[in-house]
Write a protein that binds this ligand. Sequence first.
Ligand SMILES: [Zn+2]
Length: 427
Amino acid sequence: METANEKSASLSFLSSYPTCWSTNQSTGPEICSDPGEPWLDAEIVVEGKSVVVNRSILSERSQFFHRLFNLRNDGSVSEGKPKYLLTDLVPHGKVGFEAFNDILLYLYTGMTKESPPEVSACVDDACVHVSCPPTINYAVELIYACAAFQITELVSYFQCLLLILAENAPVEDVIPILVAALHCQLNRLHSCCIQRIARSNLDNVCLEKELPDEVSSEIKSLRVKSNQESEANIKEVDPMHEKRVRRIHKALDSDDFELLNLLLNEYEVTLDDAFALHYAAAYCNPKVFKEVLNMGLADLNLKDARGRTVLHVAARRKEPAVLETLLSKGACASETTSDGRTAVAICRRMTRRKDYIEASKQGQETNKDWLCIAFLEREIRRNSMSGNLAMSADVMGDAFQMKLDYLEKKGDIYFLVLVHCLLIVFA
Ligand SMILES: [Zn+2]
């Protein structure tokens, strides 16, 4: 369920673009090139798909494209159709086909349509898609494109949207916003994300693994300063313990199990003390995760300081091999986080509709998004069926026992054997 804050952040952001072009450019990105002026075309390849764009219009409305297409002073262009990869034009962040077309539509018309739900909404039926990861990631894609193409009014617009999301989304989903703010040099957004994360219980390991060193250091400094100012009696972390935990994590990073065993023997720190399974589920190769799990020294259903089991962490990562290993070893799929989310709910909320639907249509069982949800749903169904079977067995067991008493009196030995067999089957 969404919180009230999340609902307040609801914005149909693409439909509310300003209309800024004075001329009525009805041409959309799909029909952008004028057949009469083929020399104005350029080709931009996005996610393997070719998009033909009109150099003249884009140059007129974006300084970036003006420089890219190198228009002559008289407005003419060199002959031939140049070809570009979008990943070269927007090097710091991923921009998908749909986001690129939304930005093109804005450049051509000054307007746009609703954001496509297949790439900006998740597959969780309980979600209203205002601050789930696909919604955030789509807004992040758009701001990467706007910043690279120097469309200042849209950068301002999406910065405002992301400021709202950064304050209201689950804190782990603020990280891609912060990374985008860094790359796009959006100081206000950067500051907001830093403050939000500093106030949260996101652990240092996560900060160090997912953010640049200078940013994680800035957040840690803010936390120290905040603790000093509030004079809060916050439990100090034992630096020696933290050092040992880090060494255990490094041994996992380097797949060095000999070192790991040495550390465990030398230090008075267990795999559970180091939340080693959580760490491996989030950051290590699935093979390493399986190996540490097979050591049999860690609690499979242990919860970390944020109330997450290893399965919750693996569901967020969406790595099928890790999830399958965990479920095969008996991880509890119905366990919830401190805010009431199961692993499958986490996984559904992380998954875009496009990825899930495409995989379902084509039966591509190699699609990681689809596979992860399928594994978790199968486990829930299996548990549900075994629960029902156990219930049925109890009911049938009572009925058979009554029949057994009756038959014993009748002395029907052959039927008794059959009934005993059935009782064994349903036991
Ligand atoms: Zn959603």
